[in-house]
Design a protein around this ligand. Structure first.
Ligand code: NDP
Length: 292
């Protein structure tokens, strides 16, 4: 193995420590405690784990955590009424509705009912538009975490060829926008891309956000490239359940210059960025300077 392993777990711990320090100062100097409300509809086991982790880490950095667990049969009207209350609550600075929502609920409608200033996931159409036009936005947490690790590892990204595999609204598209904002030459690949291997081989920065276990082998990776593996896939191997990414780690690590592992790469950074976004939202709401 030749690649540097980018330790997202340690990086995320550093981000959380900084957030905790700034939260303590906000409380001490201004008497303000940032608050994050997380709304979970239904009983999806993976979502329950995410929501529990988010709540735990929110409290650990000194913020208030408000968890709203609603039954799967909750109506759109009831959900929108809750979001309206959270939008109006001065104690709540960030609102996150855990996706996916049960099928009878219109996710776009629900997400767009969140006050954009409290939309710490950055999925509201206003924040998407602000990001796309290079204006100050709430930036989606997973791509933001990827960008932070890339900048930390590479310094300037200007002029590098970046390939993002995946074009979802929550990862692929905002990731591409952020890389473009940092002056990369960006290609977005997806399931209809022709000769994906050749496209990937041109990448100085390769971001995989596909949701297919170990789909990208080492011989698709340009020697020395920086590989960010967003995928979280549960597979059975040797009779055990294992988490793997969208990149075949062993073969890619033999070629890449640097690579994020799964687990311990992008995942921990996502929640750390959620907390950082909540702090930012709280500062903006109170007319205070934003954290760096
Ligand atoms: P989506 O399913 O919404 O999007 C997957 C994308 O991959 C689509 O654009 C799809 O293309 C593309 N794709 C699918 N198959 C292929 C293929 N064979 N070749 C090329 N492209 C393909 O997934 P998400 O963006 O929500 O998530 C992607 C992965 O990231 C998942 O594993 C998810 O678990 C993980 N994830 C991790 C997070 C973290 O915190 N670490 C947070 C969010 C997601 P098309 O549009 O053409 O269908």
């Amino acid at each position: 193995m030749s690649a540097t392993i980018i330790d997202g777990k340690a990086f995320a711990a550093g981000v959380r420590a900084q957030v905790a320090e700034q939260v303590a100062r906000l409380k001490e100097v201004h008497g303000i405690t940032p608050g994050l409300a997380v709304v979970l509809v239904g009983e999806d086991p993976a979502s329950e784990v995410y929501v529990r982790n988010k709540g735990k880490q929110t409290v650990e950095v000194g913020m208030n955590s408000f968890e709203h667990k609603l039954p799967a049969e909750t109506s759109e009207e009831e959900l929108l009424a809750l979001i309206d209350r959270l939008n109006k609550s001065p104690a709540v600075h960030g609102i996150l509705v855990q996706l996916p929502l049960p099928g009878h609920l219109n996710s776009d409608l629900v997400i767009n009912s969140i006050d954009p200033a409290k939309d710490v996931d950055g999925f509201h159409i206003s924040n998407v538009g602000l990001l796309g036009t290079g204006q100050k936005a709430m930036v989606p947490c997973t791509p933001l975490g990827c960008l932070m690790m890339l900048r930390d590892h590479l310094g300037s990204l200007s002029g590098l060829n970046a390939v993002v595999v995946g074009r979802s609204n929550i990862v692929g598209k905002p990731m591409a926008q952020l890389l473009l904002g940092d002056s990369c030459t960006v290609t977005i690949a997806h399931s209809r891309t022709k000769d994906l291997a050749a496209v990937c081989r041109g990448a100085d920065i390769l971001v995989a956000a596909v949701g297919r276990p170990e789909m990208i082998p080492g011989d698709w990776v340009k020697p020395g490239a920086t590989v960010i593996d967003v995928g979280i896939n549960r597979i059975e191997r040797d009779g055990k359940t294992k988490l793997v990414g969208d990149v075949d780690f062993a073969s890619a690590a033999a070629v890449a210059g640097a690579i994020t592992p799964v687990p311990g790469g992008v995942g921990p950074m996502t929640i750390a960025c959620l907390l950082a976004n909540t702090l930012t939202a709280c500062c903006r709401a109170n007319g205070l300077p934003e954290p760096e």
